[in-house]
Structures are given as structure tokens and as C-alpha cells.
Design a protein around this ligand. Structure first.
Ligand code: SAM
Length: 361
């Protein structure tokens, strides 16, 4: 993973965003992002795909059971452990898709790793469900004086990381083992489909962060839409949302947390104040005219092409009862749609952050 474009390009900013601090807003939020298509679509991929040589075997604190991966139709998944049930594979292909998504999100946020006004000296930072650790690595690099911990249920992180970062295997849907008020900033990204009780999750985050500290959550809607009517029922991209939602309902782990405003409610129930919620339109292909959004679309498409089989394989076969062959046909159809210049698909990413009150325990 050492030469990942994500690693190279992600630049953090901690500039305060006072103007955005406001009382909890009602759902849904206005969606940011342009929707002007570009005229001359160039189908050449100009994204660098030279990613990935993750070493998944070296997290020192692992118990042997964590490495007992399950295999499903050629992909590997986390070992069964506690309450954890994550829909995605934990292999290199899935990791490359996560790294591309990280790069896409960093561009989307204006070359920032977070939006919360945490200042220049963030202190102790926790990244929950860190995946390949790409966000935690970039954060630790950007703030060498910080102390960063990334947790996950799969040891899919590299061993060569900044000295101020360490990874721990931990199921975030159990009671957290970290001491009360022991972090200055808690970051949670893309846990949709992994969590039964979101209020319990953010109650744990509230407990773990210090009074005055910030928690930031980034989640993606799984519904794919278009403003020009080019995404319609029957298309693989359109049907992804309803199918993923159905699977999430069956596993009791919602995959429509953005669509349903779940995280905002969980933040407010936990007691966070100065909650800010922003929603961004993410082009799924490079159709926008705006150059930054075109880049977002390029990386979103690359991440989706790389990841799509992994997004659906477990949920569609084991939970929805599809055959592996049906999944492959569906994945191929989605790939064709992602390359179709006439389609202007987008989905919504939500960034939400809030502060633990100074007088809270
Ligand atoms: C879609 S990936 C996102 C990874 C990372 N947050 C990012 O944005 O690059 C979701 C991650 O959450 C992890 N995960 C799922 N359920 C979890 C749980 N119960 N506890 C900790 N991590 C979990 C998965 O193993 C996976 O690495």
C-alpha cells in the first residue's frame, strides 16, 4: 500500500469552520456538489491504480482466531467474532477499493481528512473500523505530534506505519475498552451495514472522547440516483440501493443510514452539541464538467469497479439468496453502466461532526 495515491495526495487541514457550527439541523440537509455534466467525456482512465501490498499478518496483538478468515466464492471475510458481521471482504482487492474511496473522499472534502474544527494539535485520535488504515496513516503523517489508534475486526492494515500510529483489533459494536474521556478526536467512516445499534455506537464514542473533544462520522448513502433521469429502475446501479437496503434490513444492520438520518439522531441522543451535518453529491463516474468533481467521479468509479463484487457478494448470495452466477451477471451489468457516458449517476455522502459538552463526564 506504500505508494497509494491516497497516501500521496491526502492533505489534512484543521482550519476551524466556525461558520458551519450550528444547532442540530433538521433532516434532510441540502446536498452540496455540482450536477453539470461535461460535454466531452474521455473514457481513458487517468487514475493511478498502482496500489497495494498490504501485509495483513503482522498486528502484534492479534489472537490467532482473528486470522481464521472465512472464504466465500474466492473472497476472504473477517473471522466470526462477537457481534461483528461486516458485509465486505478483507482481501487486497477490497483494500484497494477502500484506498481509492479514501482518495475520492479526500478530494471531495477539499483535500481535507476531516471537517471538524479540531485545531492544529489534535492530541489523541481514534479511528473506528479503520479498514486498511489509510485515513489513520494519512492523519498520523499530517499530525506527527498526535497519537493515533485505528481499530478494526480484520487485521488488514500494513505493518509499516508512522511511529505515532498503532492498530488494535476491536469490535466497535461491543462495549469499548478505552478509558472514558481518553481521546481528543474520534473518527468513524463507512460503517453502514455493520451496526445494529447506532445510538449505542455513538454513546460509546461520546464516552471515549474528552469534554470539548470532537467526533466525526462519514457515511455513504447506498441509493444511486441521477438528476437527469438517466438512472432508472432495472439498471444495476439503480437497483443496488433497494437490494442493499433489503439485505441490511435482513441482517438488522442498516445500509440506509444516510437516507434515514440515523447518525444525526444517534449524535443527538448521545448528547453531542454544536452538531454540523453536511451532505455532498458524489458523482459515481467522471460526468461533471467541474474538474474537481470529475476527479471525484474518476476515483469513485475506479473504487466501485474494484469493489463492486465485494460490495454485493456476501449480502446478495447469503442474505438475498442469489446464486454466484447471478451475482457475476449483475456485477458485469454494473460495470457496463459505469462505463456508459450517457448515464450520470451519483450518490450522497454525509459528514457529521459534534462536540462533547465541556461539562459532560
Ligand atoms: C467500508 S470499510 C471502511 C474502512 C475505513 N473506515 C475507511 O473509510 O477507509 C468498513 C470497515 O469497518 C470494519 N468493521 C465492520 N464491522 C466492524 C466492527 N463491528 N468493529 C470494528 N470494525 C468493523 C470492516 O472490517 C471494514 O474494515
Amino acid at each position: 500500500m506504500g505508494d497509494s495515491p491516497a497516501r500521496v495526495a491526502a492533505a489534512a487541514s484543521s482550519s476551524p469552520r466556525e461558520e458551519e457550527t450550528s444547532p442540530p439541523p433538521p433532516d434532510p440537509q441540502p446536498i452540496e456538489g455540482g450536477n453539470v455534466p461535461r460535454d466531452d467525456e474521455d473514457e481513458e482512465d487517468d487514475a493511478d491504480s498502482a496500489l497495494g501490498d498490504d501485509n495483513a499478518s503482522s498486528t502484534a496483538s492479534l489472537s490467532a482466531s482473528i486470522l481464521e478468515y472465512r472464504t466465500l466464492h474466492g473472497r476472504t471475510y473477517h473471522s466470526l467474532r462477537g457481534n461483528a458481521e461486516y458485509w465486505g471482504p478483507n482481501d487486497d482487492l477490497a483494500g484497494e477499493s477502500m484506498d481509492l474511496t479514501h482518495h475520492m473522499l479526500t478530494i471531495l472534502l477539499g483535500d481535507k481528512l476531516f471537517l471538524a474544527p479540531i485545531g492544529d494539535d489534535p492530541g489523541k485520535v481514534l479511528d473506528i473500523g479503520c479498514g486498511t488504515g489509510v485515513w489513520a496513516i494519512d492523519f498520523a503523517d499530517a499530525f506527527p505530534s498526535s497519537e493515533v489508534i485505528g481499530t478494526d475486526i480484520s487485521p488488514a492494515q500494513p505493518s509499516w506505519v508512522p511511529a505515532n500510529l498503532r492498530f488494535e483489533m476491536d469490535d466497535c459494536t461491543q462495549s469499548w475498552t478505552f478509558a472514558r474521556s481518553s481521546f481528543d478526536f474520534v473518527h468513524v467512516r463507512y460503517l453502514f451495514g455493520s451496526v445494529v445499534d447506532w445510538e449505542a455506537l455513538y454513546a460509546e464514542a461520546f464516552r471515549a472522547v474528552r469534554p470539548g473533544g470532537w467526533v466525526e462520522a462519514v457515511e455513504a448513502a447506498t441509493r444511486v440516483d441521477s438528476d437527469d433521469g438517466s438512472v432508472v429502475p432495472g439498471m444495476a446501479l439503480h437497483d443496488f440501493g433497494p437490494l442493499f437496503h433489503e439485505a441490511g434490513r435482513k441482517t438488522r444492520r442498516s445500509t440506509s443510514v444516510v437516507e434515514d438520518g440515523v447518525v444525526g439522531r444517534a449524535f443527538r441522543a448521545a448528547g453531542f452539541v454544536d452538531v454540523v451535518e453536511r451532505r455532498f453529491k458524489v458523482p459515481l463516474t467522471p460526468w461533471p464538467a467541474d474538474e474537481r468533481l470529475r476527479q471525484v467521479g474518476l476515483y469513485a468509479r475506479l473504487a466501485t469497479e474494484q469493489g463492486f463484487e465485494g460490495f454485493v457478494l456476501y449480502l446478495f448470495t447469503t442474505i438475498l439468496g442469489w446464486s454466484p452466477q447471478e451475482v457475476q451477471v449483475y456485477v458485469a451489468k454494473a460495470r457496463r453502466e459505469l462505463r456508459n457516458r450517457k448515464i450520470q449517476p451519483y450518490f450522497v455522502v454525509q459528514v457529521l461532526y459534534g462536540r462533547k459538552p465541556e461539562n459532560a463526564r
